[in-house]
Design a protein around this ligand. Structure first.
Ligand code: 7RM
Length: 631
């Protein structure tokens, strides 16, 4: 057994040990896994290059720790409960044995398509068990998966396929989402016109909708698994062999491919899953994220399945067929741990208490929150109406780059405080620095959040561009990992995340770079220049406000605003559509040509004076016009 924290003093004790003797601490956690060969050293690192290696020279396959290992003890335990978009369609349940067999059959199919260790596979699929099967099959044969959220456009998909030069794409005919059906195979077809690396596409039949199948390139999932053996030898992987790439937005340029490796990611996601949620055998755990995001990777698939847990996958949306759907599912499957995002909580809050009528919810023991700061009001609503005042809330702060939860209460053990992620998990050494990188010691301080010691599931590089990784995360403050978040440590030493301090916005828990949205807007033929900022939004957390300079000769403003929104929809996807578009004749720039985003942010927030120092502003009349026409 790994380390399971049971009391507050137990937490403090383990935390102390993890800081004073990290190697001994992590050895103890890692010993509970199956390794084909033991590691030589626990960790080797420097944050200058950066170079980080955990469980050095250890050999393993993560799927043996998910599948083979659990066969001996609980082959017939449910691994995955799948709840379809339409409540009238049948629920599916897969035991660990069934999962083992299906993963192996698909692994064999992938090998037959010529995939080898190190090859990249892009997964663009709905929330169905086959998405998890696909991930694990890749891991079984050492192929590297890169999941692209199925809401992204064909251009965004092509960019990601091309960046990692994927050989194979896995998709489905269509995707159900509430009352809509989305033809995702058609999106793949469009993106493949621009993606020469792809040799084969495997298509899962989900809706039975019509698709074009290209001879010699496209294959049905049910055909490729037909007749495959339910045994597939697992590839021997080094601890530091790549497990997956996941693209995420930053403050500049195109999304980066965050690289996670095998050994450390396995150890950390399992350890944090079991401890944060206080998962015990037999519990039913449900995380509402999509597997296209890191939360889905670490806390729907890897963490829970490594722990031998029963993990629920939900295909649909919180409001279909009505705003009581989440609570129906909790009751139907007697969910014990429930993990969702503040944006979902706020969206449901808007429907009032009627959706709770006739719902029991007494199975719930632990509630989780992730993706963005949870405001106090939403925290209390979640606590009172979902948890009926009896369930601890774990507000978990972490990132795609961190791989696993970093700051969080341990459910039922760490005393909580609304909107606080509370304390670091064992092994995590946060540090708060000021603008200049000076450490702000002690309590009651506010600054930028960095991490000063490596942890097993941290990113190793950004795919194909190590310098970008160094530059983005390890150069702002020397010798530390910079998170991009602002944070406050209060009088009790508790951490409260204040939000991003860079040009990243968080819309409904989805990370978006302002530069990325601007680039998409600029694709519109009449757009000259644009600037995008976030502003507070009641449900989404942040909304997207775009200021656009455009050639208006043949358009009305309303017309053009809609076209711009459509352009962004096409280039990135619906999640990036600006909430507000304001056509302007100029942007507030400094004499050296830099856009003064501070001013744009303030106007978007509704503030019309007190812009601070505007002495470097080239043309103050631009600001007056922007204020006058603000949306
Ligand atoms: C897991 C995930 C990461 C960014 C991060 C923060 C914000 C995430 C919380 C949070 C306040 C939280 N990965 N964030 N969790 N802010 N409290 N509990 O979301 O890569 O998509 O986003 O999300 O700004 O830097 S992510």
């Amino acid at each position: 057994m790994s380390i399971k924290i049971q009391t507050l003093s137990g937490y403090m004790h383990e935390y102390q040990k993890s800081v004073l003797q990290p190697e001994a601490f992590w050895s103890r956690v890692a010993e509970s896994f199956h390794w084909k060969k033991h590691w030589d050293e626990v960790v080797q690192w420097n944050f200058e290059e950066p170079k980080v290696e955990w469980f050095v020279n250890g050999k393993l396959n993560i799927t043996e720790n998910i599948l083979d290992r659990h066969l001996y003890t609980h082959a017939n335990r449910t691994a995955i409960i799948w709840e379809p978009n339409d409540p009238n369609e049948k629920t599916r349940k897969l035991t660990y044995k069934e999962l083992y067999e299906q993963v192996n059959r698909f692994s064999n199919a992938l090998r037959q398509k010529g995939l080898k260790k190190g090859d990249r596979v892009v997964i663009y699929m709905p929330m169905v068990p086959e998405a998890a099967i696909a991930m694990l099959a890749c891991a079984r044969i050492g192929a590297v998966h890169s999941i692209v959220f199925a809401g992204f456009s064909s251009t965004a998909l092509a960019d990601r396929i091309n960046d990692c030069e994927a050989k194979v794409v896995l998709t489905s005919d269509e995707n159900y989402r509430g009352s809509k059906t989305i033809p995702i195979k058609a999106v793949v077809d469009e993106s493949l016109e621009k993606s020469p690396s792809v040799e084969s596409v495997i298509v899962l039949k989900r809706t039975g909708g019509k698709v074009d199948m290209k001879e010699g390139r496209d294959y049905w999932w049910h055909d490729v698994v037909e007749g495959q053996s339910t045994e597939c030898p697992a590839e021997e992987m080094d601890s530091e062999d790549m497990l997956f790439i996941l693209y995420t937005s930053g403050s500049t340029g195109k999304p980066k491919g965050v690289v996670h490796t095998t050994g450390g990611y396995m150890v950390y996601t399992q350890f944090t899953f079991e401890n944060v949620f206080q998962y015990s055998a037999g519990d039913v755990y449900w995380c509402t994220a999509d597997v296209g995001w890191i939360t889905g990777h670490s806390y729907i698939v890897y963490g829970p399945l490594l722990s031998g847990a029963t993990t629920l996958m939900f295909e649909g949306v919180p409001t279909y067929p009505d705003a009581g759907r989440f609570w129906d599912i909790v009751d139907k499957h007697k969910v014990n741990q429930f993990y969702t995002a503040p944006t979902a909580i706020r969206a449901l809050e808007a429907y009032g208490l009627k959706p709770f009528e006739g719902k029991d919810l007494s199975s719930l023991k632990v509630l989780g929150s992730v993706g963005e700061p949870i405001n106090e009001e939403a925290w209390h609503w979640y606590h009172d109406h979902v948890g009926k005042g009896r369930c601890p809330i774990v507000d978990t702060w972490w990132q795609t780059e961190t791989g696993g939860i970093m700051l969080s209460p341990i459910a039922g053990i760490t005393p909580t405080k609304p909107s606080y992620a509370t304390l670091p998990l064992p092994g995590i050494q946060p540090i708060i620095v000021d603008e200049k990188g000076k450490e702000l010691k002690g309590n009651s301080v506010e600054g930028n959040l960095c991490i000063k010691f490596p942890w097993p599931s941290m990113l190793r590089t950004t795919y194909g561009d190590h310098e970008r990784c160094r530059q983005t995360y390890f150069s702002t403050y020397k010798g530390m990992y910079f998170t991009g978040d602002g944070v406050k440590r209060d009088e009790d030493g508790y951490y409260r995340i204040l939000g991003r301090v860079d040009d990243v916005i968080n819309v409904s828990g989805h990370r978006m770079g302002t530069a990325e949205v601007e680039n998409a807007i600029n694709e519109h033929p009449l757009v000259v220049e644009s600037a995008v900022v976030g502003y507070p939004h009641d449900i989404k957390g942040q909304g997207i406000y775009a200021y656009v300079i455009a050639d208006m000769t043949n358009r009305t403003a309303a017309n053009l605003e809609n076209e711009i929104r459509e352009t962004v929809n096409k280039i990135i996807g619906p999640i990036a559509k600006p909430d507000k578009v304001q056509i302007v004749s100029g942007l507030p720039k400094t004499r050296s040509g830099k856009i003064m985003r501070r001013i744009l942010r303030k106007v978007a927030e509704g503030q019309t004076d007190n812009f601070g120092d505007t002495s470097t502003l080239l043309d103050p009349s631009v600001v007056e016009e922007i204020i006058k026409n603000r949306k």
